[in-house]
Design a binder for this molecule. Structure first.
Ligand SMILES: [Zn+2]
Length: 198
């Protein structure tokens, strides 16, 4: 499936703002990720319909590899160095991280609804006389956030599986794990022996 004109225009706009334009690995890597992972492309096309307005970048030598900012129409932020090149190590992990943030974009309404419900709940309790119990609201808020992160992360993993299997349909879990680098520890216990099926 080719990248839609709408998503292509976001990518072009992103490249135009990078210090080295279309030569920046931040740009070529997004293209490679979308073209290499059918599942990621599907999620990104869905998000591009109305969940984000642009890709942008943060110049950072360390720290977050990517982020999603829901304000101002939604922005997927990619960490780059001062030359506009990707700071994320390896295509596999980039696919996972990008997929994670794109899923956040696609879950904006759910996230905003749970945040509103928490804020409304706090305001409601705070308006009552006497001492109030906020524990239940905090517990719900924490578990909603954890759920949101888990869904985003599992989607990132599935986008990575799609990426690895797109070029090698018979790829094993071990091969996916090798592409995930340190992120594999979020899904598989370190030292786990993966049985090879035949
Ligand atoms: Zn996240």
């Amino acid at each position: 499936m080719p990248i839609s004109p709408r998503l292509t225009s976001y990518l072009q706009d992103f490249a135009n703002r990078l210090p080295n334009g279309t030569s920046s690995t931040a740009y070529t890597s997004i293209l490679a990720a979308l073209n290499g992972s059918p599942l990621l492309l599907q999620e990104a096309e869905l998000a591009a319909l109305d969940k984000f307005a642009k890709f942008d970048f943060i110049v950072t030598p360390t720290g977050k590899a990517a982020a999603y900012d829901s304000s101002g129409g939604g922005t997927i932020l990619i960490a780059v160095d001062s030359a506009g090149n990707l700071t994320q190590q390896g295509m596999g992990t980039f696919v996972l991280v990008l997929g994670h943030e794109v899923k956040h974009a696609n879950r904006t309404e759910t996230y905003e609804a749970t945040r509103k419900s928490f804020n409304d709940g706090v305001a409601n309790l705070a308006g009552k006389p006497g001492m109030q119990e906020y524990t239940r609201l905090l517990l719900t808020s924490q578990s909603d956030s954890a759920y949101d992160e888990a869904v985003a992360h599992i989607t990132g993993w599935n986008d990575l599986v799609s990426y690895v299997r797109h070029s090698n349909p018979s790829a094993t879990l071990e091969q996916v794990k090798n592409e995930a680098l340190g992120y594999s520890q979020h899904f598989l216990k370190p030292g786990t022996t993966i049985p090879v099926s035949d």
